[in-house]
Write a protein of this length. Structure first.
Length: 156
């Protein structure tokens, strides 16, 4: 069930009625508007997806990975993210990223990494480690996304 985000004034009013955050409605505590059971993906899960992409690309002979990726983008994910139950969540729309949003996120990231000879990947990793609590990489920032873990498949 998706929750409508509360306005700041409603959050303050809600929190004044619920001084203990464990009793507050979930939408009052989630500035991203995430549904119940969906959380920001952990660093370990994100790093695992990064390294999982390599053997997946090898096993599918590269071209299979590209085709799989083009299909997965329509679901707001990538092959490695899909295997690990993660999706890209658009912060501004409070919804799963569209195919176009995923294409923007991943193609811009590829172009930036290519132009900077990979130096941007180091910058991206530092951004990822230092961005609390969203843990966004350079690709996430360019695409306006946050990677979330959806273990109960609430996002479809």
């Amino acid at each position: 069930m998706l929750h409508e985000p509360l306005a700041d004034s409603d959050k303050i009013r809600c929190m004044s009625h619920y001084p203990d955050p464990s009793f507050a409605p979930p939408q009052a505590l989630s500035p991203l508007g995430l549904p119940d059971g969906v959380v920001i993906a952990s660093r370990g899960r994100r790093i695992g997806a990064y390294f999982l992409a390599i053997p997946l690309a090898v096993v599918t002979l590269g071209i299979g990975y590209v085709i799989w990726g083009a299909i997965a983008w329509g679901k707001g994910t990538s092959p490695a993210l899909q295997v690990l139950g993660m999706r890209a969540w658009k912060e501004d729309r409070r919804a799963v990223a569209t195919w176009g949003g995923m294409a923007q996120r991943n193609i811009l990231d590829y172009l930036v990494l290519s132009v900077t000879c990979g130096i941007a990947s180091i910058v991206s990793f530092i951004m990822f480690l230092s961005d609390e609590p969203r843990q966004r990489t350079l690709a996430d920032r360019m695409g306006g996304t946050v990677i979330v873990h959806d273990p109960n498949k609430r996002l479809g």
